[in-house]
Structure formats: structure tokens, C-alpha cells
Design a protein around this ligand. Structure first.
Ligand SMILES: [Zn+2]
Length: 474
């Protein structure tokens, strides 16, 4: 035992050293890059959100160094005339592909499929998504995050939520004491958030939420099916801080009225429970149920990993359902919209999240779709933008570091060709992106994207979802 302890200390100590030295190397090579964006219109996304016209923004050492002050001599000048600067976007609900499959036998046998982290992250960066909330976090995501922190990969900041109450690779918990242990285990493993999942029973759900509060971890997630038929006040409890989809609410009732939506909103308000409406997911479900052509037509589909392209087209579980079910999906979309209206009316904060990575939801590209849908559902352009910037940062507890354009915050920024306050779809007219103070200009974005596209085209034939599943069975 003692030996093991010493070994652990040694490993931690040496890996700490390594981290410091790589970080220093990364920073020193980065330190020389100082940028000044001139004549740009800043949409700061602060609560007041007063647009600052024709401003000069200096970016230095990863951060927003000054606004409307002098330009350092060695700064690289970026012309921002007629352009608009917004904070980098946050997708509050993603599932990024990561290595690993069940039944691997380390160290002689590696994962069945593995992924190039840069290619996984490129669609986020190309779309100005500079922070993501991973709601199905596994150790491999911690690895991806480390690659980004080291500077080996250009990618977003990643917040991680560990699932409790799912099946397969997630932590299962059948009793309150299982639930509490699972929370403590997740904390020790290095996850910052807990995601409660569909299959928890009522007592265990409550114990998980309570233990997470004790461990200072916020809780996001599904509403367990065990609550169906009970009163909504049973599952709206303090520290269940964020509902992962509006669909969770629609699963708890057959009454899709505005009155029901208002009841949910009132209880959410009372318990400080925020909502990810996740309209894009519901729309995508309906779209692929209708036709698989809608999958192929998705913006950014060519950047989806070939394994997922194959799965979405060849093993699509939504496609081929009855017309009645398609009509039901439409009803669900309409109820989602009522929920957004009711939550807005009650003043419950909503944050933008897409479920990126699941069938029909393309990483990065889908967040712009979500913003459009939020506006169609009744949010103002500025409110939709806040849901994908300041509010997301606030829920994650990092609003002192990102989410708005203010001096001292990290330089996660998007330079847009058109004003998104006039038209929300202008968020996708990206001129360039800053990721942690690193400037990715349009040429670089296009090169990064075509690298992914070329690799996908060259390797398409190698990935077959059904074959992969079969090989797991054998
Ligand atoms: Zn999800």
C-alpha cells in the first residue's frame, strides 16, 4: 500500500512537472503574438450590451488586454472595419466522438476505432464554438482536453459532466447509497459536473442531486422516467440546475398546453433550474424521420466522421417510422416552442445546446441552427446570443473568464462580417476566430476544414457501423 502511495505521488509529481514545462513552451512561443483589431464594432454581450463602434481591441497573452487604448508596437494589425466582434460561442450540450469501445484489452489491444482529436475539434473552431459542455464525459474526453490545453490541438474549452444512471459504460446507481458513491467517484476522477440520467429511480435521483451539492458539483441532465405520472414539483428540486433538453419536460406529460409549459417554468424559476431548449435536436429527429436526404443535406455533413456518416445514413433509428409518429414529432416541436415562450415569460435563463454528435446534429454547425430556432421560438437576437455566450459561462461558473468581451477575459472571440443583432443567422458569417488568444484567420479555417473533408473522403470506405457492431458481438 505504501509503495503504491509513493508511486502515485511520483507519477503525479512528474506529470505536474511535464505539464508546467509544456505549458511554458506553448506560452513562450505564443507570447510574441500580440494582435490589435482596429475599427471594429464590439457586441460585448454584457448585461447592458452597449455596442462599442469603431473600437480597437488588443489581444495579448491569451486575453483581451485593452479596448480603445494604444496599440503596442509589435502588434499584428487586423482590420475590423464594418465587422462585428462577439464572444466565442458555447454549446452547452455536446457528445464529441472519442476513442475506445467496450471490451478493449490494454495494453495489447487498443480501441476498436480511434479518432484524430484535431479533426474532431475543427468543426467547433470553424464555427466559432470556443467552449463546449460534454454531457457524456469519459476519461478519453479528459485526454482530448489535455491535448488542447497543451497546445497540440486547436480546440474549445471543455467542461465535463459524468453520467450517473445510464447504462453500459456510464455509472449505474440503483440505490441512494450507490448514487452518492457514484458522485464521489466522479469527483475523484476529475469531472466537474454530474449528469443525471433517465434510468435513476426517484430516491436515487434525489440522493445524487443532494450528494452533488455536498461535493460542490452542479447537476445537469434528464428527468428520470420514474417521475412520469407524478407531479412536476417532485423532480424540480434545488441543485438540479439544468435540464438537458426541453424534450425531458414533454416526456413527463401528455398535456402539451401553454398552461402546462407555464407550470414547468414556474417550478424551474422557484428551484433555479435552467433549461437547454435543444430545439435543433427535435427538428433533426423529425427531419431524418421524414427523409434521409435531409441528413445528407445537413450543413457540414461532409465534416462528420465517416463512421458516423455511415451510422446516420445506414442505421438510422428515427427513419422509417410511421406517419403518426412523424406527426407526433411535429407536436413535440410545437410544445418545445411553447416551453421556450413560457420560460422566457417566467424569466428562467435558457442556454443554447444542441446534442451535437448524435444522429443528425453536426458539431459546431448545429449551434448556429439552434440560435435561429431560438429566435423563431420568440427570443430576441440578443437573447439568443446571450444564451450561447454570457449565460452559458455563468451556469458553468466561468463568467469571470469568458462569455463577454471585457478587458481581462480570455480572448475567445468571433469576428463576423455582418451584424448578428440585426439577423441571427449572421453568426455564421465568420471572418476569423480567436481561440484562447490564438488567431485563426479565414484561410486557416478553410484549410482546417478541407483537411477533415479530404481525410473523410479518403477513408469513407473503411468505416461501416453495422460491421463494427458485429465485430463487437464476436
Ligand atoms: Zn445528449
Amino acid at each position: 500500500m505504501k509503495k503504491f502511495y509513493l508511486l502515485t505521488v511520483f507519477v503525479i509529481f512528474s506529470s505536474c512537472n511535464m505539464k508546467i514545462s509544456t505549458e511554458q513552451a506553448y506560452q513562450s512561443s505564443h507570447q510574441e503574438m500580440i494582435y490589435a483589431i482596429k475599427n471594429v464594432n464590439i457586441i460585448p454581450m454584457t448585461t447592458k450590451n452597449t455596442v462599442i463602434k469603431n473600437a480597437t481591441v488588443v489581444i495579448k497573452e491569451h486575453k483581451i488586454y485593452s479596448i480603445n487604448k494604444s496599440i503596442p508596437k509589435n502588434a499584428t494589425i487586423i482590420e475590423g472595419k464594418n465587422k462585428w466582434l462577439i464572444p466565442g460561442l458555447i454549446d452547452m450540450h455536446v457528445h464529441t466522438l472519442s476513442d475506445g469501445t467496450p471490451f478493449v484489452m490494454y495494453p495489447t489491444k487498443g480501441p476498436l476505432v480511434s479518432f484524430n482529436t484535431q479533426y474532431n475539434m475543427t468543426p467547433y473552431i470553424a464555427n466559432g464554438v470556443t467552449t463546449v459542455f460534454e454531457l457524456g464525459a469519459r476519461p478519453e474526453h479528459i485526454g482530448q482536453r489535455n491535448e488542447i490545453i497543451r497546445g497540440d490541438v486547436i480546440g474549445p474549452r471543455i467542461a465535463l459532466a459524468k453520467v450517473i444512471g445510464g447504462n453500459k459504460s456510464n455509472l449505474t446507481a440503483k440505490t441512494p447509497s450507490d448514487g452518492r458513491n457514484a458522485v464521489r467517484f466522479a469527483k475523484e476522477e476529475g469531472y466537474e459536473f454530474i449528469k443525471v440520467y433517465t434510468w435513476l429511480n426517484e430516491e436515487t435521483f434525489k440522493a445524487v442531486v443532494d450528494e452533488a451539492e455536498k461535493q460542490n458539483m452542479k447537476v445537469v441532465g434528464h428527468i428520470p422516467v420514474a417521475f412520469k405520472g407524478k407531479q412536476a414539483k417532485d423532480f424540480f428540486i434545488p441543485n438540479f440546475g439544468l435540464i438537458a433538453h426541453a424534450e425531458e419536460l414533454s416526456k413527463q406529460t401528455d398535456n402539451y398546453s401553454y398552461k402546462k409549459a407555464q407550470e414547468f417554468a414556474r417550478l424551474a424559476k422557484e428551484n433555479s433550474t435552467w433549461l437547454i431548449p435543444n430545439l435543433s435536436n427535435m427538428v433533426a429527429i423529425e427531419q431524418q424521420a421524414k427523409s434521409l436526404q435531409n441528413i445528407e443535406n445537413l450543413l457540414g455533413f461532409k465534416y462528420v466522421h465517416p463512421l458516423m456518416q455511415n451510422k446516420w445514413l445506414m442505421s438510422n433509428s428515427y427513419h422509417g417510422v410511421s406517419d403518426d409518429l412523424i406527426a407526433y414529432y411535429k407536436e413535440l416541436i410545437d410544445f418545445h416552442i411553447l416551453i421556450v415562450k413560457a420560460f422566457k415569460e417566467a424569466g428562467v435563463p435558457m442556454v443554447a445546446g444542441t446534442d451535437a454528435g448524435i444522429s443528425g446534429i453536426v458539431l459546431g454547425f448545429s449551434l448556429h441552427e439552434e440560435l435561429k430556432l431560438l429566435v423563431e421560438a420568440g427570443l430576441k437576437n440578443a437573447e439568443a446570443l446571450a444564451s450561447a455566450t454570457r449565460l452559458g459561462a455563468q451556469w458553468l461558473g466561468i463568467d469571470d473568464k469568458i462569455g463577454t468581451i471585457e478587458v481581462g477575459k480570455f480572448a475567445d472571440l468571433i469576428l463576423l462580417n455582418e451584424n448578428p443583432l440585426e439577423k441571427i443567422s449572421n453568426t455564421s458569417k465568420i471572418s476569423s476566430v480567436f481561440v484562447n488568444g490564438k488567431w485563426i484567420d479565414r484561410n486557416k479555417i478553410d484549410t482546417m476544414l478541407s483537411d477533415v473533408e479530404n481525410w473523410n473522403n479518403d477513408n469513407k470506405e473503411k468505416f461501416d457501423w453495422k460491421e463494427l457492431l458485429n465485430s463487437l458481438k464476436n
